[in-house]
Design a protein. Sequence first.
Length: 279
Amino acid sequence: MRLADLRPGWATDFILHRFDAEVTERDDCLVVRTPANPTYYWGNCLVLPRLPADDELAHWLARFDAEIAQRQPASRHVAIGIDDEFRGERRPAWEAAGFALKVNHMLALPAGMQVPLPRAPRGAVALRPLDLATEGEALIEVEMTDAEGFEPVGYRAFLLRQHARCRAMQAAGLLQWFGLWCDGTLAATCGLMRDRAADGASGRFQRVVTHAQWRRRGLATSLVHGVCRWGFEQWRVSELYMGADPADVAIGIYRSVGFRDLSTGMGLQRNAPEDRDAA
């Protein structure tokens, strides 16, 4: 499988992987390993062109073990992405083995298609880029409110390692992280990556999170709308991409600022034992 064959959803995911991960093209899949952050599920994964059959479970468990787990004992999860449309399939053998089939909708917003802010947020808000070196702890406190289903100590360690990668990408001009303050408190955050530091690049959102105590105030809408405008005006990106769970209310927020459905993708995920215990 070749990187060049990926559709936009997975291709823009690989903006991060191409920066500092180990990406290997195999005949039947792509292998991604991130030694600097081995507990990052979707930075240590296989990506396949099609959904594997039920009777392929043992094969792909063995492949994941050989390609990732044996080389990185700290990677105790299994993550297998599928770059194909979801057609309502079920995989009972995988489910019985502890896997969840996660469906992701990819949305796109071309330059010039952003709509006006649908509604004003409640409270006095201010949007600006974050200084990850000095404001990283405040960012983690927001992100930790979105850690349901993960063991908290390990999840915080994962975030710290991921922030170090983000600082390096920021220094290279490929990433910016944003914070939305409401009444003087950091209430919502997200990142924006681009595939190259030049006009006409593609941009991809990262981790849109609103602090649990500040939800249902219109803050996420204001955040995403403002970051879209920043990406078009400051980076002059040609289009922006956003991944979303079709069952989550957030997908409606993204559509409200102009994003339109592009495609679907999937992932078979089995959490690490410590995270299964925390669920």
